[in-house]
Design a protein around this ligand. Structure first.
Ligand code: URA
Length: 232
């Protein structure tokens, strides 16, 4: 059995205080009877809960995509810097969403969030080898020897070994890099190991997901089809 107010929050109806207002307005019904008391217990497997006559599905699997701006750290709390959690719209703040993997404070682009612990672990598991595509501006010009070194698996300056990766030179001081793992500062360290320190980095793609036209600093929910595509 579950409290009605918790069920409504988990269904994405709103925050606890928004849910209170919605209940008070008589907009929620259980099995056809209007209910205003959020402490009421229900069986989420059998009860039919409606908001303004529309059936609610209970716990939705929410995955959010953020187009992260520079200047925010990927953490749920930080004493010094603003965190990516501050960029989530208020209606998602009660959902216990966690970032999937991390982007450096200076890195921009695609960052996912979910409250589904199993999905989170599957997505960040090194076994999953999800390809992540980055756009980098850097010193120097990437050449064929750099492309070959990336493809063979780079050794970083601290001696750690990287999986084979793809480097695509785009022009003077610009490259696209695809990696299938998530070591600390991975792309910056790979480029530094080839004498091409990075001045700007953006994650543009993760598995089948791309930023599309999502503006910087904005979020959007993944569709059921997109969630199925990353959780295959
Ligand atoms: N590689 C990096 O160096 N930084 C990031 O934020 C992501 C990948």
């Amino acid at each position: 059995m579950e409290r009605l107010d918790k069920f409504l929050c988990d269904s994405g109806v709103g925050t606890r205080s928004q849910v209170k207002v919605i209940l008070k307005a008589g907009r929620v019904a259980i099995d056809g009877r209007t209910v205003k008391d959020g402490s009421l217990k229900l069986d989420p497997q059998t009860a039919v809960v409606t908001l303004d006559g529309e059936k609610l599905g209970g716990k939705r699997r929410v995955v959010l995509m953020l187009n992260k701006p520079a200047g925010y750290v990927t953490a749920t709390e930080d004493k010094q810097d603003p965190t990516v959690m501050e960029l989530l719209p208020a209606s998602y703040r009660h959902m216990d969403l966690k970032p999937v993997g991390r982007l450096d404070k200076a890195t921009e682009g695609l960052l996912l969030f979910t409250a589904d612990g199993d999905l989170l672990h599957r997505l960040i598991s090194p076994k999953k080898e999800v390809p992540k595509v980055y756009y980098a501006r850097h010193e120097g010009q990437a050449g064929p020897e750099d492309v070959e070194a990336f493809a063979a698996g780079l050794t970083l300056r601290d001696g750690s070994q990287c999986l084979p990766a793809k480097l695509e030179p785009l022009g003077a001081g610009e490259s696209r890099i695809t990696v299938c793992e998530g070591k600390y500062h991975q792309v910056r360290r790979m480029m530094a190991a080839r004498g091409m320190p990075v001045s700007y980095l953006e994650r543009q793609q993760e598995g089948p997901l791309t930023l599309g036209d999502l503006p910087r600093g904005q979020t959007r929910e993944l569709t059921e089809e997109e969630i199925a595509a990353i959780d295959g």
